[in-house]
Each structure stands twice: as structure tokens, then as C-alpha cells.
Design a protein around this ligand. Structure first.
Ligand code: ZN
Length: 196
């Protein structure tokens, strides 16, 4: 999937390594809304070099500096080879409003809700499994240290035989592969020990 994504430059700013640290595969809208149309929902966004004063475009997007609609537009320009305009908008928004920590706080709250719901479900049920997949996805989306290692530790709690319906199976396979893909692209060592 990563190989298929073209052109090999950041969709939001047009930069390539070594000007940026690396290119990362990013979701435009969260996985839960688009389990089927996969490639249309993906694009490449940059990760900043160590010591850069501004975050890379992937982090800016995760911090809520660009809407889903604008990121779709960004993807279209990127595919069509037009000059990117999205990073300029995102850095402006960040300068005006700050890094928007409320989005991350919102994810933390949502994670807490999922864990609470999960307590009343038997661990071999479809409901438990679905909640665990949602937990893994949210953990991955949280822009915190070792997010991918933590997400990996969540996804492997789902037994491969547990998802029984096709949609749940597809979601499990997709999320697991996606975490692996991102981990590979960022060369992050995992699994790590989770303290949560
Ligand atoms: Zn960029």
C-alpha cells in the first residue's frame, strides 16, 4: 500500500527527505468511517526533522489544524501534481489557535468510555472484540510517545479467531496491518511494554 501511494512527497507541503525526516502514511478520515475505500483515504504526510521548530504536516493534521474536507482537497492536488497549499493553512491555524490539545483530550476521554463499556462484556464476545479494535485505533491516533507500540499491544489482545463477522474480521486485519505498516515506515521498535 505504501509503495502505491504517489507522488513520493508530502501532500501538504511538497517536501521530501532529507528536508523532512520521513514521509508517513496518514488517514484522511478515521478508519471507523471508511473500512472499505482504503487507498482513497490515504496520503503521505511528512514527519519533521529533529530540532525543527514546527511539527511536520502529519502532526499538524493530527492536532486538528486541517479539516477532513480540506485534507481531501489536499490529496486531490497532490495526486494531480498541483503545488501544495495545505501546510501554509495549517501552520497559520496553529499560530492563531495553538496546537489544540483538546482534540487529544477528547481521544483520551473516548478511550476511557470504551474501556468502561468493555468491562461488562465477556472477553470472547463480538462486542468485546469490537471495543478492543476501537481502543487499538484510538491508541494509534493519539499523538503521544510510542503510540504505535501501545496500539500494537492493544491489537494483539484480540485473538485472531475472535472476530467472527466479516466486517469485524476485515476491520481487525486492516487495523493490525495498518499499525504494522506505520511501524515499519517509522522503524519503531515494538512491541513495547504498556503502562496503561
Ligand atoms: Zn509536509
Amino acid at each position: 500500500m505504501r509503495q502505491q501511494l504517489q507522488p513520493k512527497k508530502c501532500a501538504a507541503c511538497g517536501r521530501t527527505p532529507p528536508e523532512v525526516r520521513r514521509l508517513e502514511v496518514a488517514h484522511i478520515s478515521p478508519l471507523s468511517e471508511c473500512a472499505i475505500t482504503i487507498e482513497e483515504n490515504l496520503l503521505l504526510l511528512c514527519k519533521e526533522n529533529l530540532g525543527d521548530s514546527e511539527p511536520g504536516c502529519h502532526t499538524l493534521y493530527d492536532q486538528g489544524c486541517c479539516s477532513i474536507v480540506n485534507m481531501r482537497e489536499c490529496r486531490e492536488r497532490w495526486i494531480a501534481g498541483k503545488p501544495p497549499i495545505t501546510r501554509k493553512r495549517m501552520t497559520q491555524l496553529r499560530a492563531d489557535y495553538g496546537p489544540r490539545p483538546q482534540q487529544q483530550g477528547h481521544l483520551r476521554k473516548e478511550l476511557g468510555n470504551l474501556r468502561t463499556q468493555q468491562k461488562s462484556e465477556p472477553t470472547d464476545s463480538e462486542a468485546w472484540c469490537l471495543l478492543q479494535l476501537q481502543i487499538a485505533e484510538l491508541t494509534r491516533r493519539r499523538a503521544r510517545k510510542n503510540a504505535l507500540g501501545r496500539a500494537w499491544n492493544e491489537i494483539i489482545k484480540v485473538h485472531p479467531e475472535s472476530p467472527r463477522t466479516d466486517s469485524l474480521k476485515a476491520r481487525y486485519i486492516y487495523e493490525k496491518a495498518y499499525i504494522e505498516l506505520l511501524s515499519g515506515s517509522s522503524m519503531m521498535p515494538f512491541p513495547i511494554s504498556s503502562k496503561e
